[in-house]
Ligand binder design. Sequence first.
Ligand code: SF4
Length: 287
Amino acid sequence: MEVLLADEFGFCFGVERAVEMVEDALQEGATVRSLGALIHNTQEMKRLEAEGVRTINAPEEASQDVTAVIRAHGVTPMVQLELESRAARVIDATCPFVTKVQKLAERAAAQGRDVVVAGNPDHPEMIGVVGYAPNNTYVVRDATEVANLPQLHAPIVLSQTTIKLQTFQEVAEAVRAKADAEPQVINTICSATRDRQDAARALAGHVDAFYIIGGRHSSNSVKLLAVCKEQCEKSFLVETADEINPADLENVERVGVTAGASTPNWLINQVVERLRELGREKEAVVA
Ligand code: SF4
């Protein structure tokens, strides 16, 4: 049985960078506290907890003996300042793609312009961005919500890093009708999610079964499952190697593997190794 990995899988750049920054701090002997869960993967969180990393829910929970970490989603400047005043040191692991959205919003607002961001207003990334331009920023889920906005002055249109391109384009179009000048439209969608989906789609038609490794609550992993199922009926979302049911591999000659953007390599390796082991067992039975 052949095990084939998709061309793009696992940790995105921003998550890998955040985990590496935490690892570096741990190596220096720091007591690390992450403001909010560093990563949406239960197994990786447990591994980090075993190394001493704890999650705090508010800056007030930090103290002068800890190194506090701002995760990849970023936070508002107010929260960052508060954290800096409480903790011994702050590691800013905001993904540079998110920082770009924050800075664009801040600069446009400083020029007195309105900022429209296509995204989910309740998502931590969007809460952070609004904090950089609190008086001028409108976060809209889709184009229909633009109708409820007041007239917009020289607006800039941006996107949450993980939204669909079509939603962003529709929002930009709707803003045009509400603006007193041609809007500046800057696509700030990050390609990590789309790249993983494209790679899974390219492989799904060539395998008999597909394993997607990721948290059941991880939206990008659930989306990967849906993408694989379009072409490969036997597609399974698993969190760990233990969840593979050998019976699902009957009559399977080629298995595809991919993983969500929060799935660490060590977990992926365990699943791949288990699949190879099951493949060897099948061959032994046939022989
Ligand atoms: S999905 Fe993209 S924007 Fe978000 S953390 Fe990963 S690389 Fe950064």
